[in-house]
Ligand binder design. Structure first.
Ligand code: PEP
Ligand code: MN
Length: 264
């Protein structure tokens, strides 16, 4: 169902405050994790000022170590929803476990499937049974065909409201970048599938000063949007501080992305 031969026109995802498709460039921004009610509210205001129509923030975090902050759970979902509503924004948040799907579905407009869960087939089938848009991240060691097959697990349940996210893959060099941003994946996926393709420059590069260049590359490659992490005090962030943009960097970047889009 992912194939262009099956569905030649570009798919467009409609949300209350946003549209995700090839004619628009949709910005999703927010902290890696929802940290507190006050913090997510402040971050929502910054996100919106940069043109984001979707607020991101994890309440269930897939941390590499079980001893790292795991997220605020339902309390985090509540704060995230409230901050988005106050700012006229939609919500994207990660669902990590199939048993959490009904709970997360109560609060979010888009369910994010993280890179680590791209081939969690029972989770993919569970979100495939809903009709809530799903943003599927490419696994860190997944080929393009692996990503498309994963999307098929969602679509085969009847949910074809799918967004694909290129967020970098693991290669032999992680000394200077967290992952390797596969920018060509954007046009390749657009050739193969009708789903909107967006980029995640934050996880792709892993350090804040490289996020904007990756975002420009993704924009120029024709992505339908981006998801980006921001934080007012990255050094105090509960997760992914090193890649978080402070508001001035974020606002400059989004202005330049908008200018780049004008040239396309
Ligand atoms: C995230 O969006 O914070 C995240 C955990 O991303 P990924 O699944 O791409 O690592
Ligand atoms: Mn993160």
């Amino acid at each position: 169902q992912a194939s262009r031969s099956f569905h030649p026109e570009d798919s467009v995802i409609q949300l209350p405050h946003s549209e995700i498709g090839t004619k628009t460039f949709t910005i999703m921004a927010g902290p890696c994790s929802v940290e507190s009610e006050d913090h997510i509210r402040r971050m929502a205001e910054v996100a919106r000022r940069g043109g984001a129509s979707i607020l991101r923030g994890g309440a269930f975090k897939p941390r590499t170590s079980p001893y790292s902050f795991q997220g605020l759970g339902e309390e985090g979902l509540r704060y995230l929803r409230k901050a988005a509503d106050e700012n006229g924004m939609d919500v994207i948040t990660e669902v990590m476990d199939e048993t959490h799907v009904p709970l997360v579905a109560e609060y979010t407009d888009v369910m994010q499937i993280g890179a680590r869960n791209m081939q969690n087939f029972s989770l993919l089938k569970a979100v495939g049974k809903t009709r809530i848009p799903v943003a599927l991240k490419r696994g860190m060691a997944a080929s393009i065909d692996d990503l498309l097959n994963a999307s098929e697990y969602i679509a085969s349940g009847g949910n074809t409201n799918i967004i694909l996210i290129e967020r970098g893959i693991r290669t032999f060099d992680h000394q200077y970048t967290r992952n390797t941003f596969d920018v060509a994946a954007v046009p390749v996926l657009q050739k193969l599938t009708h789903y909107p393709v967006i980029v995640d420059p934050s996880h792709a590069v892993g350090c804040w000063d490289l996020v904007a260049p990756a975002a420009y590359a993704g924009t120029a490659a024709g992505a339908s949007g981006m998801i980006v992490e921001i934080h007012d005090h990255p050094e105090k962030a509960m997760s992914d501080g090193p890649q978080a943009l402070k508001s001035d960097t974020y606002l400059t970047m989004t202005k330049r992305v908008a200018a780049l889009r004008q040239c396309m």
